[in-house]
Design a protein around this ligand. Structure first.
Ligand code: GLU
Length: 419
């Protein structure tokens, strides 16, 4: 099925706009329009009933210009190569923007992780790891969690990779359980980064987070954690949505209970008991009358068709690619501030970097230290984006892409073109 919005085309479109504003000739950034490597794998898995089922997966390495490729592995039934290519490209831009020494990659397995047993999921994860083994490793390409994957699965990846190497290789994957080399603070790092991005935005606008009304779409690790942390800062989570629908409550939903139900137990919002709340559609949540909207689900949720009905003046993108190019232009005309994905959700990969550094050096940092470093890196990147946007009179998305593009182009210039 051909997608209505091809996320890879959208990524290239924004990159082209950024290059134009910077007056960078296409010959200087053309390598960024083509992923360095695309691997498609098919592998058999023995299911619990004894049958053999084939699974498909991908690993795309977009750029290794600035360091080892880095990016999560998505487990989703509809994932395709164009989506993985876009996600890999956004990882290159994200790592360049927050200035960590990684390139960008992304992997995926076409499966609904909720539709297979725990043992089957382990066999799928291990077989996928074995299939992409020629590409990954601590010094070449380091996977991490993404939509549909979690720390336990990263542990299986670490174990499978280590079995092939013949020794423990914790630096081969990040977002692992803390007991096998995971970093303290990694679990909530993306959500914490979203909180920092939101707080910095409010600060720049001379406002306070406390008391604001927030709508969150997606209650996985990113959305659920962001909702919980924002509520901790005094925000009211008045609307929330997941794939099963939406919920609205003017007095504010119980974000801790929401986190426990949807994020920790991975249960649907439709089964969440919320006295006084009204059931609504996902669209109602995206268009809710709130101060801040956090799309933290999948790509292409805020489309051109929906854009002029979105009432939140401020949007902080927890998801990768939630806003289409068309919707983005509409938001700019409406005077909304959109903190783009490559900045807003960078907290995860920032702490992944710290995890990798700890693994390579056989160190363990405490959570306070990790959070303080995350805070500093996020604030520095936010400030750079804000200043660029103000100086150029452009959107925060273009400013973020410009900062990232400049770093990537500069790296290519220094390294030169082989041979
Ligand atoms: N999947 C996350 C992202 O999209 C984290 C990637 C990582 O930690 O490598 O940024």
């Amino acid at each position: 099925m051909k997608r209505q919005y091809n996320p890879y085309d959208q990524m290239c479109d924004v990159l082209g706009q950024a290059a134009q504003l910077l007056e960078i000739p296409q010959s200087d950034y053309i390598p960024l329009l083509y992923p360095e490597r695309e691997l498609k794998v098919s592998f058999p898995v023995r299911m619990d009933d004894g049958s053999i089922r084939m699974f498909e997966g991908y690993r795309v390495q977009h750029s290794s210009a600035r360091g080892p490729c880095k990016g999560g592995i998505r487990f989703h039934p509809q994932v395709d190569l164009d989506e993985v290519k876009a996600l890999a490209g956004w990882m290159s831009l994200k790592c360049a923007l927050v200035d960590i020494p990684f390139g960008g990659a992304k992997g995926a397995v076409r499966v609904d992780p909720g539709s297979v047993s725990h043992a089957e999921l382990e066999r799928i994860t291990r077989s996928y790891t074995a299939s992409v083994l020629p590409l990954i490793g601590p010094e070449r390409d380091i996977p991490a969690p993404d939509v549909g994957s979690n720390p336990e699965m990263m542990g299986w990846i670490m174990d499978t990779f280590s079995a092939f190497r013949g020794y423990a290789a914790p630096g081969a994957v990040t977002g692992k359980p803390v007991g096998i080399g995971g970093s303290l603070g990694r679990g909530e790092a993306t959500g914490r980064g979203v909180l920092i991005a939101a707080r910095e935005l409010f600060k720049k606008l001379g406002r306070q987070l406390s008391g604001t009304r927030v709508a969150v779409q997606g209650l996985g690790n990113v959305g659920g954690t962001a909702a919980r942390l924002l509520a901790g800062e005094g925000c009211r989570i008045v609307a929330a949505a997941d794939v099963s629908g939406g919920l609205f409550c003017a007095d504010g939903l119980d974000a801790e209970a929401l986190y426990a139900h949807c994020t920790e137990k991975r249960r649907f919002l439709k089964d969440f008991d919320a006295p006084g709340a009204v059931r609504c559609s996902v669209e109602d949540v995206l268009c809710a009358d709130v101060d801040l909207l956090i799309p933290a689900a999948l790509e292409n949720q805020l489309t051109g068709a929906l854009a002029d009905r979105v009432r939140a003046p401020l949007i902080v993108e927890g998801a990768n690619g939630p806003t289409t190019v068309e919707a983005d232009a509409c938001f700019a005309r409406m005077g909304k501030y959109v903190v783009p994905d490559i900045l807003a959700n960078a907290g995860g990969v920032i702490v992944s970097y710290y995890e990798w550094v700890q693994n390579l050096q056989t160190l363990m940092w405490d959570e306070k230290q990790v959070n303080a470093m995350l805070e500093k890196t996020m604030c520095r990147a936010f400030d750079e984006v804000w200043r660029t946007a103000a100086g150029r009179g452009c959107s925060l998305r273009l400013a973020a892409n410009m900062a990232a593009l400049q770093r990537l182009v500069q790296t290519r210039k220094i390294r030169g073109i082989f041979p």
